[in-house]
Design a protein around this ligand. Structure first.
Ligand code: DX5
Ligand code: ZN
Length: 221
């Protein structure tokens, strides 16, 4: 098995010292930096835009994993690509022309990700599964960090793993929301290859590097 990706979500970082905290992620062994973009429409919260992506790009050389929780994401893809996003992940629920949107992301030179809310049927991905470089399974309803993990997400990860394997896809299978050292092992066994965590990294009592280490240990157990 290829080694798992840990992608700290800066939603729980202290933005007064963003550079310091991202460097702590780097030296703690993070693989990607996850950036949660929210528009106050698709999800209740408003967070970051291309400006923050561009800031992160100047802070770190780690790949920037940009999660777009916004309506009409196709209107903003070029801005996020220009800002330095590595992966652009769009919600199935926001994309009436999902196949076209994934093609648009690739044409901008980014990896194309697709994400499902906890209440969205897995079948909504079927037609585009072969186009995705990354499939993200939400394990909370998106909008905020610090929410409780939805246990049914493990079975959803396992089923997506089965479907990716069936078509010979090597897409990343990422999970996001309430991920901790307590559930990461189960998610790994179900086939997840990339783990997003905000609270479990940035609010870990012993610090960022220890939080990443605890996740890594749980994943490798
Ligand atoms: C949720 C975001 C997540 C969030 C995760 O809407 O997509 O990336 O920051 O936060 P935790 O790990 O605290 O659940
Ligand atoms: Zn996210």
């Amino acid at each position: 098995m290829t080694s798992a990706i840990i992608a700290p979500s800066i939603l729980s970082a202290d933005f007064a010292k963003l550079g310091e905290e991202i460097h702590a992620c780097e030296s703690g062994g993070a693989d990607w930096i996850h950036i949660d973009v929210m528009d106050g429409h698709f999800v209740p919260n408003i967070t970051m835009g291309p400006f923050i992506v561009e800031t992160c790009k100047r802070i770190t050389r780690l790949p920037l994993d940009v999660h777009l929780m916004i309506e009409q994401p196709e209107r903003h893809l070029d801005a996020f690509a220009n800002a330095g996003a590595t992966t652009l992940t769009v919600h199935v629920e926001t994309c009436p022309h999902l196949h076209r949107t994934l093609q648009q992301i690739k044409s901008l030179g980014c990896k194309a990700g697709v994400v499902l809310n906890p209440g969205t049927p897995l079948g909504s991905l079927e037609a585009v599964l072969g186009e995705a470089d990354l499939v993200l399974v939400m394990s909370v309803n998106p909008g905020f960090s610090g929410q409780a993990f939805i246990p049914q997400s493990v079975a959803r990860v396992a089923e997506i793993r089965r479907r990716l394997d069936a078509i010979g896809s090597s897409a990343w299978l990422e999970v996001d929301g309430g991920v901790t050292a307590e559930n990461a092992g189960r998610l790994r066994k179900a086939g997840a290859t990339a783990f997003v965590a905000a609270t479990a990294v940035f609010k870990y009592p012993q610090g960022i590097a220890e939080g990443i280490r605890a996740l890594r240990n749980a994943i490798n157990k």
